[in-house]
Design a protein around this ligand. Structure first.
Ligand code: HEM
Length: 416
C-alpha cells in the first residue's frame, strides 16, 4: 500500500492510539455505524485476541442488556492482561473481584449491597459538602495561580472528585489524591506518562493494598459512618464480603468515581469555552442545569467503551461472533448515532430529551454513581460560573493517551 493512502476501514485497528490523539475518531465511528460489525486486531498487544466493535446505539443497548450472552466476567478492558510479562502479577486478576467484572447473580447481590447508598436522594445529601469541596479546590487553585491562569485538569479537575469520593469512603483528605493516583494508573495503562512500564501498575497495587487494608482493620475494630464500614458490615446471602471484596469495592469506587466525573466536567467546560453562544445559554439559566449536565455526559462520555465477552456463538450485525470473543461497546459512538440523536455532532445544551449512553446502555452494569455524578457536575458547573465572569482557553491542550478513558490531561485556561 502507498504509505500516504488512508488504510481501508476494514483494516483499521481501533486500539491504535494514533487514531485517538485529538479525541475519539468520530469519523471512523460514523463510517462503522453503517457497516457490519468491525473487528480490530489489537496490534499493540500481540499476545491478545482482537475485539469486535459494537457502535450503533441500538446494538449497544441490546448487547448491554443481554448479560447471559455477553458476559462482563473478568475484564472491562479489551485486554485480558496488563501484566508486565507472562507469569508476572496481573492487576486484572485482582480487579476481576469487582462487581463491574461479574455477572448475575453475584453481580446483582453485590450491587444491592451498595445501591441504597447511591440513590438520587442520597446524592442530594452530599450536595452541601460537594459545594464546600468545589470552593475549597477553587480557592487553592487561585492561591497557587493568583493571575487566574491555570490548568483546568491538573489544578482543579483531579482534586474535586478525589475529595468527594474520598470523604464518602472515609479517606483523610490529605491522602485522597495518593489513592486516586494509585487506582487511576490502572485505567490509564496505555499512557506512558502515567505508566512508563506495566510493572508500575503492580507496584501501585502493592502500595494501595496495605493502605486500604489498614483502613479496613481500623474500622473492623471501630466502625465509622462511612462506606468502608458499610462494606465491611454488609452481608450477601448471609455471608460477609471477604477482605479482598471490600478492597475491590473501594478500588472500583475510586476508579469509577474519579476518572469519570473529572473527564466529563473538564471536557464539558472546554466545549462551553469554545462556543460562546452555548456558554451564554447556560449562564442565562435558559435551560435547567440538569439538562446541561446530560449534554456534557452525552458529548463527552468519560469511558469510551466497556467490554463484554460472548458466552456462545451468536450472529450480530452481520458477523459470526464466537464464544469467547471480545466485544467493545463504544459509548462514544452510541452517543453520536444519527439514528438516535438529531445533529449528533453538535454540542447543544438545549437537547431534550437526551437518552444518551454515557452512563451505560441500560443493562445490569448501568452506572451506580450516576445520581451522585449528576449532582456533583451540576454544582461544579454552577459554582464555577458563579465565581468567574469569563473562562477562556489559554494555550495548547493535551489528551490522555487512551482508548478507554475519554479525557483531556491538560486544558490551560484563563479564569477571571
Ligand atoms: C460523569 C460521571 C460518570 C460516568 C460518565 C460514568 C460512567 C459509567 C459507565 C459507562 C459504566 C458502565 C456501564 C455499563 O457497562 O453498562 C459505569 C459503571 C459504574 N460506575 Fe460510573 N460513571 C460516572 C460516575 C460515577 C461515580 C461518581 C461513581 C461512584 C461513586 C461511579 C460508580 C460506578 C460503578 C460502581 C459502576 C459499576 C456498576 C456495575 O457494575 O453494576 N460512577 N459508570
Amino acid at each position: 500500500m502507498n504509505p500516504t493512502e488512508a488504510p481501508d476501514i476494514e483494516d483499521i485497528d481501533l486500539s491504535d492510539l494514533s487514531l485517538w490523539q485529538d479525541g475519539p475518531p468520530h469519523e471512523i465511528f460514523r463510517e462503522l455505524r453503517n457497516r457490519d460489525l468491525h473487528f480490530s486486531a489489537l496490534g499493540d498487544f500481540p499476545r491478545e485476541e482482537g475485539f469486535w466493535s459494537v457502535v450503533r446505539f441500538d446494538d449497544i443497548a441490546e448487547v448491554g442488556r443481554d448479560w447471559e450472552t455477553f458476559s462482563s466476567n473478568r475484564s472491562i478492558l479489551v485486554v485480558d492482561s496488563i501484566a508486565a510479562e507472562p507469569g508476572a502479577p496481573d492487576p486484572i486478576d485482582v480487579s476481576a473481584h469487582m462487581m463491574i467484572t461479574q455477572d448475575p447473580p453475584r453481580h446483582d447481590r453485590l450491587k444491592a449491597l451498595v445501591q441504597k447508598e447511591f440513590t438520587p436522594r442520597k446524592a442530594l445529601d452530599h450536595a452541601d459538602r460537594m459545594r464546600e469541596i468545589i470552593n475549597l479546590v477553587w480557592d487553592q487553585a487561585l492561591e497557587n495561580n493568583p493571575d487566574g491562569r491555570l490548568d483546568l485538569v491538573q489544578d482543579v479537575g483531579i482534586h474535586v472528585p478525589a475529595m468527594v469520593i474520598g470523604d464518602m469512603l472515609g479517606v483523610p483528605r490529605e491522602d485522597a489524591e495518593q489513592l486516586v493516583d494509585w487506582t487511576n494508573r490502572t485505567s490509564a495503562f496505555e499512557d506512558p506518562r502515567l505508566v512508563p512500564d506495566l510493572s508500575d501498575l503492580w507496584t501501585a497495587f502493592e502500595e494501595f493494598g496495605p493502605y486500604v487494608d489498614a483502613m479496613i482493620t481500623e474500622r473492623e475494630k471501630c466502625p465509622m459512618d462511612d462506606l468502608t464500614t458499610a462494606f465491611i458490615q454488609a452481608e450477601v446471602d448471609g455471608e460477609r464480603l471477604s477482605h479482598e471484596e471490600v478492597l475491590m469495592f473501594f478500588f472500583l469506587l475510586m476508579v469509577a468515581g474519579n476518572d469519570s466525573t473529572r473527564a466529563t466536567f473538564t471536557s464539558g467546560m472546554k466545549s462551553l469555552m469554545e462556543d460562546p453562544e452555548q456558554m451564554e445559554i447556560v449562564r442565562s439559566g435558559a435551560v435547567p442545569m440538569e439538562q446541561v449536565v446530560e449534554e456534557f455526559v452525552r458529548f463527552h462520555p468519560a469511558f469510551a467503551y466497556m467490554r463484554r465477552t460472548a458466552t456462545r456463538d451468536v450472529e450480530l450485525r452481520g458477523a459470526q461472533v464466537k464464544a469467547g470473543d471480545k466485544l467493545a461497546l463504544w459509548y462514544v459512538s452510541g452517543n453520536r448515532d444519527e439514528r438516535a440523536f438529531d445533529d449528533p455532532d453538535t454540542f447543544d445544551v438545549r437537547r431534550d430529551p437526551n437518552p444518551h449512553q454515557g452512563f451505560g446502555g441500560g443493562g445490569r452494569h448501568f452506572c451506580l454513581g450516576a445520581g451522585l455524578a449528576r449532582v456533583e457536575l451540576k454544582i461544579w458547573i454552577e459554582e464555577t460560573l458563579k465565581r468567574f465572569q469569563t473562562i477562556e482557553p489559554d494555550g495548547e491542550t493535551e489528551r490522555l493517551s487512551s482508548t478507554f478513558l475519554n479525557q483531556w490531561w491538560k486544558i490551560p485556561v484563563q479564569m477571571s
